[in-house]
Write a protein that binds this ligand. Structure first.
Ligand code: LMR
Length: 399
């Protein structure tokens, strides 16, 4: 028997497989509502102008490819912290933070999950039901016990608030509660300001650590607006974990740029947490890739590039919003009722359609329409022509 002979074949990741399936589909009418990637009206995922300029500057400035260390590109960690905190909180809280730039936000989830397990192996990590498809696998790979709390009522197409609060009451001191900062993936249904207040009180009264996953800043209510609730919480809780992604809002998907930020009670503890994060990085991937981190640093630290980035992001946000309205109106007209109105009021790229797996498979095989297996659709995949084709088919499949 050879070493690898018994290896079991695993299925490909369902979401990532959609990328390949869509690419290989020869249909001229195919519609990509699958993976959470911004697309313009031509179906292209553009490079931000600010990022293009940053690439040129980096090429002109960079003199060496030597190692940089666990924090990656110099200055990036500080810029990400400033971005997350905003001016007022930066002055107040900066020295209570440990920050680790990571290979994508997945690297941040893995590193902070490892840290949580290291500090409290009995900690349960609570995730919304539903949540991003890779959350539970990543945390389980950190040997953490994962639990879910009720979040979205599929039939009511709204937050399942009562059940959510009842489930969160079950969390114990030392547990971790994961919330999505804005633009909940996969539902687009966000927590209200009151829900954030509830979470803050829970953290304060029960000693629970809030864990905020921010992957869509700027694509929900607005660039600063999307951080209001997050900052409100950070202002008062003693401890929190944040994972930040630049994949969507800076379009750096393949460059893998993210960061883990940990708020601690004081500077001294922050220093010890930082040393653990650095060590966790070292023993898994050693240090983050520098190229994408450098681009993010140029964009964040240069006022002109920063302004250009935010302007372009705001245009994207508005396009997604407009698509939400167009899709809602088209579906309402086609179905002759108001069942899809919820799509208009949700945030970010995603909403969920009430479809069975067989219907989703049928739309893919018969009409080349690609969406996640739970009925999640990425609004960016629509154009007016595609909306018409989609609603026409959906009414046949789902009525
Ligand atoms: C998604 O949810 O589609 C994206 O975040 C891509 C991914 O890595 O799953």
């Amino acid at each position: 028997m050879t070493f690898f002979a018994d290896t079991k074949k695993l299925p490909p990741d369902a979401l990532l497989q959609l990328i390949t399936d869509f690419r290989n589909d020869p249909s001229p009418d195919k519609i990509d509502l699958g993976v959470g990637v911004y697309q313009d009206e031509n179906g292209k995922t553009p490079i931000f102008e600010a990022v293009e300029l940053a690439q040129r500057r980096l090429q002109a400035d960079e003199e060496s490819k030597t190692y940089l260390g666990p924090l990656g590109w110099p200055g990036l960690a500080d810029e990400v912290r400033k971005l997350v905190l905003g001016t007022t909180l930066e002055e107040k809280l900066a020295d209570r933070f440990a920050v680790l730039p990571t290979p994508g936000s997945s690297g941040a989830l893995k590193s902070t999950g490892t840290l949580v397990h290291r500090l409290n192996a009995a900690a349960k990590i609570w995730l919304p039901d539903p949540t991003w498809a890779n959350h539970i696998p990543i945390f389980q790979s950190c040997d953490l016990v994962t639990k879910t709390y009720a979040y979205y009522d599929n039939d009511a197409t709204s937050l399942d608030r009562e059940k959510m609060y009842a489930d969160l009451e079950k969390a114990d001191a030392g547990d971790v509660i994961v919330v999505h900062g804005a633009c909940h993936n996969p539902t687009g249904e966000d927590l209200s300001a009151e829900d954030w207040q509830y979470l803050t009180t829970l953290a304060l009264e029960k000693g629970i650590v809030p864990f905020i996953d921010i992957a869509y800043q700027g694509l929900g209510q607005g660039f600063e607006e999307d951080m209001e609730n997050v900052r409100g919480l950070l202002d008062v809780v003693p401890e929190a974990i944040i994972c930040y992604s630049f994949s969507k809002n800076m379009g750096l998907y393949r460059e893998r740029v993210g960061a883990a930020l940990v708020l601690t009670e004081n500077t001294e503890i922050a220093g010890r947490v930082q040393s653990n994060l650095n060590e966790i990085a070292r023993r898994s991937y050693s240090m983050p890739p520098s190229y994408g981190g450098a681009l993010a640093w140029y964009v964040l630290s240069d006022p002109d590039l920063n302004a250009s980035w935010r302007k372009e992001l705001e245009q994207m946000r508005k396009r997604v919003l407009s698509l939400r309205c167009q899709v809602t109106d088209a579906l309402s007209a086609e179905f002759g009722d108001n069942r899809f109105q919820y799509i208009k009021s949700q945030n970010g790229m995603f909403s969920r359609l009430p479809l069975e797996p067989e219907q989703i498979a049928q739309l893919k095989s018969e009409a080349s329409i690609y969406m996640a297996g739970d009925g999640r659709v990425n609004m960016c995949g629509f154009t007016p022509t595609k909306i018409a084709r989609f609603t026409d088919l959906l009414v046949k499949v789902a009525k």
